[in-house]
Design a protein around this ligand. Structure first.
Ligand SMILES: Nc1ncnc2c1ncn2[C@@H]1O[C@H](COP(=O)(O)OP(=O)(O)O)[C@@H](O)[C@H]1O
Ligand SMILES: [Mg+2]
Length: 323
């Protein structure tokens, strides 16, 4: 459904001339999502998750690599392919409060993509919007309401209705429950799970919350500073995290089942700046398993095996020893 190959998104920041710097938000990421699957993307804030989601929809410029959606190369985009892309893939953002125009009725907000991309107008348009609202669990009473009359959970449902209006195959969900009250988060997650099954949607589900990803996603990729450090079946990654970063992330989760008791100290310090990446392994400045002279000098290779993918010298060594 979605294939991202060696994706790079570099931002030029600072003033022109000598102050100009390159921020490598995404720096060589490869991902493949099968049709109908929910794929999780986790990592600390600043690791590049949202930028991947936005790049998949051309909401940020792609510096390098390839983007293929439903067998169509959409790496470079003209007006025609942009229209196609909008029908195939949509994004739901973290904050439903700022995603909706406060001066527009729900009817108008959800109508927008339909007016832009379909011939539906008048009564037929309204009927389609009512149908979409019903799909997300809202009655047609909401058609003429304004965002301020809705709760956070209801607003996010409206954003989801708008995102599925053109029957996309792929939804990029960027922390869709993080801005909501804890009490409604699980309702929205349950709803998203049911919606996916009902419509056969493919999800790229972005979250810093590992428990959420575990609930919703069959596969997961763990990102750190613009690269994927580990990838695999969600249950395998949770039960047997291999990369020291994944292990540290799991230890930071306040759920007893995720605690890995004897695997070193939890993660300390801050994520380094993607403007000034550490040499060697990107995680070496915080890694409890760092090997001096190796991890701080040589970038670890990507090890792909039956368990998935891991980018760490520990596993490269193990592979060489046994091979
Ligand atoms: N439009 C932009 N211009 C410059 N830097 C950006 C832009 N968008 C994101 N970044 C930077 O890219 C890095 C990754 O950001 P992001 O993808 O939002 O991470 P995450 O979603 O994992 O928190 C951060 O350092 C962020 O500041
Ligand atoms: Mg983000």
């Amino acid at each position: 459904m979605l294939s991202i190959e060696d994706l790079k998104v570099h931002f030029e920041i600072g003033k022109r001339g000598r102050d100009r710097k390159v921020l490598k938000a995404v720096d060589g990421v490869t991902l493949t999502l099968k049709k109908g699957e929910a794929y999780g993307l986790v990592g600390e804030s600043g690791s590049g998750k949202s930028t991947i989601g936005k790049a998949a929809l051309h909401l940020v410029p792609i510096t390098g690599g390839r983007l293929v959606i439903d067998h169509e190369d959409l790496t470079r985009i003209d007006q025609r392919s942009e229209k196609k892309l909008r029908r195939k893939a949509q994004m739901v953002f973290q904050d439903p409060h700022s995603a909706l125009n406060p001066r527009m009725t729900i009817l108008r907000s959800v109508s927008e993509p339909l007016v832009l991309h379909t011939p539906l107008r008048g009564a037929a348009l309204q009927a389609r919007v009512a149908e979409l609202l019903e799909t997300v669990g809202l009655s047609s009473q909401f058609l003429y309401r304004y965002p301020h009359e809705l709760s956070g959970g209801q607003k996010q449902r409206v954003c989801i209705a708008r995102a599925i209006a053109l029957n996309p195959d792929l939804l990029v969900l960027d922390e869709p429950t993080s801005a909501l009250d804890v009490s409604v988060q699980s309702q929205i997650l349950e709803f998203l799970k049911a919606l996916q099954a009902e419509l056969g949607l493919t999800y790229l589900f972005i979250s810093h919350n590992l428990a959420v990803v575990r609930y919703l996603c069959r596969r997961v990729a763990v990102m750190y500073l613009g690269v994927i450090v580990e990838e695999g079946e969600t249950e395998a990654v949770f039960n047997n995290p291999r990369h020291p970063y994944t292990q540290a992330l799991l230890k930071a989760v306040p759920y007893p089942q995720a605690v890995q008791p004897d695997k070193g100290p939890p993660l300390g310090g801050d994520i380094p700046s993607p403007v000034d990446l550490p040499p060697g392994c990107r995680f070496q400045t915080r890694c409890p398993a760092r090997v001096e002279g190796l991890c701080d000098k040589v970038a670890p290779p990507e090890i792909q095996d039956a368990g998935g993918l891991v980018r760490c010298h520990l596993f490269a060594e193990a592979g060489r020893a046994s091979g």
